[in-house]
Write a protein that binds this ligand. Structure first.
Ligand SMILES: Nc1ncnc2c1ncn2[C@@H]1O[C@H](COP(=O)(O)OP(=O)(O)OP(=O)(O)O)[C@@H](O)[C@H]1O
Ligand SMILES: [Mg+2]
Length: 471
């Protein structure tokens, strides 16, 4: 955070100051009052569950210099009409004060956080880097992340999310990127968009926001992403996986600039591959589980390379990169020989398929069970998408498929319809029910995948299943 006086904050946001104009904010700007640190600024947001203004006094007692809010509070404050707009204005001020910082944006339907976390671990080798914690990628998390930058910052690696047209353009206006990575166009939030072409329109706003000397880093294996090259006058860099990969896919580009070839997965589904780049090739072994991490890693490599990191450092950094954000393909082995994959951070049709592919690989010598909750925000695509996942899971030959909750039920109906499948289709009312169903079924060598949208709340299930082994 660059130090800002309350007077400056009021001026930048067009807000009304109630407090000492010379008081200086030196600490983080937060919207969670429990995360206030001395010298920080507490932004009071009127949320679904709570109104931040109710925590204004507690935030100041915890050390906040003032509150940025939209209605009067009994402590020093800057009052504005709209708090997200005020955060955006502050963040833009910070960006404009730091012309030496290079800004990269990452978007796509799946894998933003994974790519951002890998890219940050590479780019940190070049210099001080700011990247969001977890999925801070919307109109709150994005400016809060940008506000953490200071005079020492050289790189901002930002995750940009969209639930509709114009969202990414708005985020790009806060911190104009010179580098834009687009991973894929899938059905995450497709219900809110109204279709894949609309998703592509929205994700491509990142590419449109790039300046003429900018760089668009595009997935050559996704035709909707590759088509975005027409939407910028910046330079195009492509990435992809080779035809020899184990993942069947169609490539739309003759030869991506950055590519994974000779792909192999170890027993725990961790990919190794040869990274091909314009500067040569290098062997890479990821610590992350699942083939779907390969395009994310190659995209991160392309971005790091464009920012100036050498091939040796990129390969070394990819091999060392760990999952920084929770509940994404966390693989644990119980003492009794049961393996549990916790991928309960979120779910959409593409990421469920990717996770089932990984499950199938881990369970190739044993039995695979998938505990699936519903995939949220798919709108008109919901029923068909759940059915498609059920069919995919059954065709993957899983020993058991447990659907949690009513909304996930179409998964089972479709799975039962696959004649060649002889596994068990089980409906569980909730997470506890799913654990109860599994306890007596699991035996050494089995692998369990847990996956759902966050709304299903299955992220704690893996720990419960681990605990069961000790009972
Ligand atoms: N390239 C990919 N293709 C398909 N699935 C992927 C890919 N990369 C990651 N995933 C899976 O998608 C899920 C979400 O990953 P991640 O958190 O990186 O995505 P995200 O785009 O940041 O999601 P969100 O929109 O919730 O922020 C995880 O379950 C992960 O295993
Ligand atoms: Mg994310």
């Amino acid at each position: 955070m660059i130090p800002l006086s309350l007077e400056q904050i009021a001026r930048i946001t067009g807000g009304r100051l109630d407090g000492d104009p010379a008081a200086v904010v030196t600490g983080e700007v937060v919207i969670d009052s429990r995360r206030v640190a001395p010298g920080g600024l507490f932004a009071a947001v009127d949320g679904e569950r709570a109104d931040g203004h109710d925590f204004a006094a507690a935030a100041v007692a915890a050390g906040a210099v003032a509150v940025l809010g939209s209605r009067p509070v009994p402590v020093p404050s800057v009052l504005v009409a709209d708090v997200p707009d005020a955060l955006a204005a502050l963040a833009r001020f910070v960006v404009d004060s730091l012309p030496a910082a290079r800004i990269a944006g990452i978007t796509g339907s799946s894998g933003k956080t994974t790519t951002k976390d890998i890219a940050a671990q590479l780019i940190e080798r070049l210099g001080p880097t700011i990247a969001p914690a977890g999925s801070f990628n919307n109109e709150f998390g994005h400016p809060l992340t940008v506000l953490r930058a200071d005079a020492a910052t050289r790189y901002l690696v930002l995750e940009l999310s969209a639930r509709g047209i114009g969202h990414i353009a708005y985020l790009c206006g806060i911190a104009p990127p010179r580098y834009g990575v687009v991973l894929n166009v899938g059905r995450a939030h497709a219900g809110e968009f109204g279709g894949l072409d609309q998703v592509a329109r929205a994700k491509g706003e990142l590419v449109e926001a790039l300046p003429p000397d900018g760089v668009a880093i595009l997935n050559a294996d996704d035709r909707r992403v590759l088509a975005m090259s027409a939407r910028t006058s910046g330079r195009i860099v492509t990435f992809g996986t080779s035809h020899t990969s184990q993942q069947p896919h169609q490539s739309y580009a003759p030869q991506p600039s950055f590519m994974a070839a000779d792909i192999r997965l170890d027993d725990l589904g961790r990919p190794s591959f040869t990274l091909l780049t314009p500067d040569g090739s290098a062997p890479v072994s990821l610590r992350l589980h699942g083939a779907h991490n390969i395009p994310d890693a190659v995209a991160a490599a392309a971005l790091a390379s464009e920012l100036g990191l050498g091939l040796g450092e990129i390969a070394d950094g990819l091999c060392a990169a760990v999952a920084r954000s929770r509940w994404r393909m966390e693989v644990r082995q119980r003492a009794d020989g049961v393996t549990i994959i916790n991928d309960a951070y979120n779910a959409n049709p593409e990421s469920v398929r990717a996770a089932i592919d990984a499950l199938r690989h881990l369970a190739r010598d044993g039995r695979g069970f998938a505990v699936l909750g519903h995939m949220a925000e798919l709108g008109d695509f919901s029923q068909a998408s759940h059915a498609e996942v059920g069919e995919f899971a059954a065709k993957a030959g899983l020993a058991g498929l447990i659907a949690v909750g009513d909304e996930a039920a179409p998964i089972l109906t479709a799975a039962r319809g696959v004649r060649s499948w002889h596994g068990e289709a089980i409906a569980a009312p909730d997470g506890a029910g799913a654990v109860a169903m599994l306890v007596n079924r699991l035996k050494p060598g089995d692998v369990v995948l847990i996956k759902a949208s966050r709304a299903a709340g299955l992220e704690g299930l893996a720990a419960e299943l681990e605990l069961e082994a000790t009972r």
